[in-house]
Design a protein around this ligand. Structure first.
Ligand SMILES: Nc1ncnc2c1ncn2[C@@H]1O[C@H](COP(=O)(O)OP(=O)(O)OP(=O)(O)O)[C@@H](O)[C@H]1O
Ligand SMILES: [Mg+2]
Length: 459
């Protein structure tokens, strides 16, 4: 945040001041929408969520050090009152960006946004001051919050952008116009909300490249035909990355060590350099190449990028997070979220990590699967069997049953169990797991299997 007075902020967002003793008081710190995350010197934005109304937490936020509350009604403590708090945050973010002018990098895709954003931030911050999205703060609230963490020294602003619906990316890129746009993939995640199929998803995600200027760069995944198809929708220069030989930024000689971490030769127009990733699973090569493509567009050479990728560590929890228990059990917590793509990637990564060790999969439903939901869950069940997992614990009624049935009928020797809920999963997994096992825990976030993973890990 660059320091701004309440008066100036009020002008920028069209607010009226209530209960403010000193309109010249300076806001110097980032903003928060969760009163528990208020930083002294920042603003607290009171938004109404599904369960709680931020206005109820206004006084607490000010007690924690917020200079004022951005609110839609007076709240009895210093407030900037506007009609639409979300829009006001966006306007403030845009104003800040116009003043500090960092290079804005927007990235979107169906899976791997947070993982790639974390890799990219770790490559860029070795080079120049970088601010990147925290956690998965990728929507109309999270994006302004990220921008408001930037200051006059920020050179690169890495923004994860979610596209749940058509128009989302047009809105987000309107708030923070990117010069660099990265599209990772078009999968089946969020299909239900988006429309009927991948073409609709591609339509929505392509809004990112449509927003790029002619002197910008669109970084496109050459291995995903829907992403490749976006090349014609941008004025910007396009640069392809991926495993395909025609990609300008690509990986050669990809291999995996006995801990499921990949190493490869990074090839960019500036040369080649060896990369050794710390993250598990072959799918990380694509994420790493995506980050490398952005860094290439920003002028970093292959060696600098490779060193950054090699030094990078997992930053966000619940994505293939590995916990080694003292009794030799390894818990892989991938319960942050689930889609067919990430289920496949996770199951394969865990099997590669396990080698000959016994493997237990504790899997719940993948949300947002539209009409083909049962079939998609059955495919996961078949893969569990084909990869020769030893045990499957399917969690919940409905779609997880399809997973269990498919694993059972594949007849590959997997011991299949069905439990009703998360506590049931924890009880059964605790009983079945033996020293030396690798346990994989995954479902969509709303299932809440993260609690099971953490308990199994002993946290
Ligand atoms: N390239 C990839 N292909 C398949 N699965 C992936 C890939 N990258 C990450 N994943 C897996 O997808 C899940 C979500 O990862 P991540 O949080 O990085 O994605 P995201 O796009 O930010 O998700 P969200 O839309 O929920 O913010 C994790 O289980 C992760 O391991
Ligand atoms: Mg994310």
């Amino acid at each position: 945040m660059i320091p701004m007075t309440l008066n100036t902020i009020a002008q920028v967002v069209g607010a009226r001041l209530y209960d403010v003793r000193d309109p010249e008081a300076l806001v110097t710190a980032p903003s928060a929408v969760d009163s528990r995350e208020v930083v002294p010197g920042g603003l607290f934005a009171a938004t109404a969520g599904a369960r709680v109304d931020g206005h109820d937490y206004a006084a607490g936020a000010v007690a924690s050090g917020a200079v004022a509350v951005l609110a839609s009604r007076p709240v009895g403590v210093p407030a900037l009152v506007v009609e639409d708090v979300q829009l006001a945050l966006g306007l403030l973010a845009r104003h800040l960006l116009e003043h500090i002018g960092p290079t804005v990098i927007g990235l979107t895709g169906s899976v791997g946004k947070t993982t790639t954003k974390d890799l990219l931030a770790q490559v860029l911050e070795r080079h120049a001051p970088t601010v990147a999205t925290d956690r998965s703060f990728n929507n109309e609230l999270g994006l302004p919050l990220t921008v408001l963490r930037a200051d006059a020294t920020t050179r690169y602003l890495v923004l994860e952008m979610g596209a749940g619906r058509k128009g989302d990316l047009t809105y987000l890129t309107g708030l923070a116009p990117p010069r660099i746009g990265l599209v990772l993939n078009v999968g089946t995640a969020h299909v239900e909300r988006m429309g009927s199929g991948p073409a609709d998803v591609a339509e929505a995600k392509g809004e990112l490249v449509e927003a790029l200027p002619a002197d910008g760069f669109a970084l496109l995944n050459a291995d995903d035909p829907y992403v490749l198809g976006m090349a014609g929708r941008t004025k910007a220069r396009t640069l392809l990355y991926g495993r395909s030989p025609e990609a300008l930024v690509r990986a050669e000689d990809v291999r995996m060590d006995d801990r499921a971490r990949t190493a490869f030769e990074l090839v960019t127009p500036s040369g080649r350099a060896p990369v050794r990733l710390d993250l598990i699973g072959e799918h990380q090569v694509s994420n790493a190449l995506a980050a490398a493509a952005v860094a290439t567009a920003l002028g970093l050479d292959a060696a600098e990028i490779a060193d950054g990728l090699t030094a990078a560590r997992r930053r966000s929890s619940g994505r293939l997070e590995i916990v080694a228990r003292p009794d030799g059990v390894t818990v892989v917590n991938d319960a942050y979220n689930a889609s067919p793509e990430s289920m496949r990637a996770g199951l394969r990564a865990v099997k590669a990590l396990a080698g000959t060790r016994r493997t237990v999969a504790v899997l719940g439903a993948m949300g947002q699967q539209a009409d083909a939901s049962r079939a998609r869950h059955a495919e996961v069940g078949r893969l569990v069997a084909d990869l020769r997992f030893d045990v499957l614990i399917a969690v919940g009624a409905g779609d997880p049953l399809a997973m269990a049935e498919a694993a059972e009928s594949a007849d590959q020797g997997v011991a299949v169990h069905v439990v009703e809920d998360v506590p049931g999963a924890l009880r059964l997994a605790t009983a079945l797991v033996r020293p030396g096992d690798v346990v994989f825990v995954k479902a969509s976030s709303e299932i809440g299997l993260g609690a099971c993973a953490r308990a199994l890990a002993g946290a």
